[in-house]
Design a protein around this ligand. Structure first.
Ligand code: NAP
Length: 313
């Protein structure tokens, strides 16, 4: 397989890079600032693209690679891969489902606790020496609060199970009510937001779910409500979120993802009811290795004409 060209779109995992390098002819796209020229010179040998949640494979890249056969994404979300273009061109697509579910669900619960119990703010309080001048103020309880989940899939269900352990009633919204599901279903995001204390976004980013969190939903969640986003940044109309937080129309937010990440609205930096994370949902050593092994496993299966491990297209 050493002669098969694999294009990695951006730095994502040193381990994955090293393992791909052992098996394939690896091209590191970020090392070639003259992209058009690089593609012209190497498009004849590139048969696979490895992307992630930051840089995937858009129509322009797919069109520039006439020998492309497979896109193996180092992510479960495929909003950065032009799936329609892949289907049209007969390019196979794989992702990394399941292996990251626990980490992302853990982080969602961590954000709930961090926002309601002000864990990060309390930590800053101790470090800055303020404790010596008086106790930290009282915060809000998490156990028993109603958790509303948008997208009750792999990650959404794992969040629901964890929330249950905190005695939180769980309700959800997705396109269809799940048969035999014990959680209460609401047929719209606004109804879900009106009936929960904490609203968690855990659905894929598609044209339908872009700005699924808009002013109406934020107002339905209300001044005591908390928004948790571990999905994708563009799920949230960010200027609306920022003004709701600044005006006190929303109780708080825990955000792992942002609309224009790594850019984060600076207005949020001074708010103590907000916890901001740098898109680290799946960011543990263990999970990133499992994701890398799945990317490699899919590529090897494809080039050995075996069934793909986690096919999407
Ligand atoms: P999944 O198993 O496919 O679940 C997605 C769920 O979303 C499904 O239950 C689906 O249900 C629902 N859904 C799809 N379209 C919807 C819509 N238009 N409105 C409402 N619900 C909709 O995916 P997963 O493995 O749980 O991953 C979910 C997402 O999490 C990924 O796509 C990714 O963007 C994000 N993620 C983020 C991180 C991070 O680092 N922060 C890490 C991993 C994943 P229906 O089909 O019934 O609507």
């Amino acid at each position: 397989m050493e002669s098969i060209g694999v294009l990695m779109t951006c730095p994502m995992s040193a381990y994955l890079e090293q393992e791909l390098d052992k098996r394939f002819k690896l091209f590191r796209f970020w090392q070639f600032p003259q992209r058009a020229q690089f593609l012209k010179e190497n498009c004849g040998s590139i048969r696979a693209v490895v992307g992630n949640a930051t840089v995937g494979a858009d129509a322009e890249l797919i069109d520039a690679l006439p020998k492309l056969e497979i896109v193996s994404s180092f992510s479960v979300g495929l909003d950065k891969v032009d799936l329609a273009k892949c289907k049209e061109k007969g390019v196979r697509v794989t992702n990394t489902p399941d292996v990251l579910t626990d980490d992302v669900a853990d982080l969602a619960i961590g954000l709930c606790l961090a926002v309601l119990r002000r864990i990060c703010e309390c930590d800053r309080y101790v470090r800055s020496g303020k404790w010596k001048k008086g106790d930290y103020k009282l915060t809000s309880k998490f156990s028993g609060k109603t958790v509303g989940i948008i997208g009750l899939g792999r990650i959404g269900t794992a969040i629901a199970k964890r929330a249950e352990a905190f005695n939180c009633p769980v309700c959800y919204y997705s396109r269809r009510e799940k048969p035999n599901c014990q959680y209460k279903y609401y047929p719209s995001v606004t109804e879900l937001a009106s009936n929960c204390n904490i609203l968690v976004v855990a659905c894929p980013l598609t044209e339908e779910t872009r700005h699924i969190i808009n002013r109406e939903v934020i107002d339905a969640l209300g001044p005591k409500g908390v928004l948790i986003n571990i999905g994708r940044g563009p799920h949230v109309d960010e200027p609306e979120l920022v003004s709701a937080l600044l005006e006190g129309r929303l109780g708080g937010a825990g955000l792992d993802v942002f609309e224009k990440e790594p850019e984060v609205p600076e207005e949020l930096f001074g708010l103590e009811n907000v916890v901001l994370l740098p898109h680290v949902g799946s960011g543990t050593v263990e999970t990133r290795q499992e994701m890398a092994d799945l990317v490699i496993g899919n590529l090897e299966a494809y080039f050995l004409s075996k069934p793909l491990l986690t096919p999407v297209v």
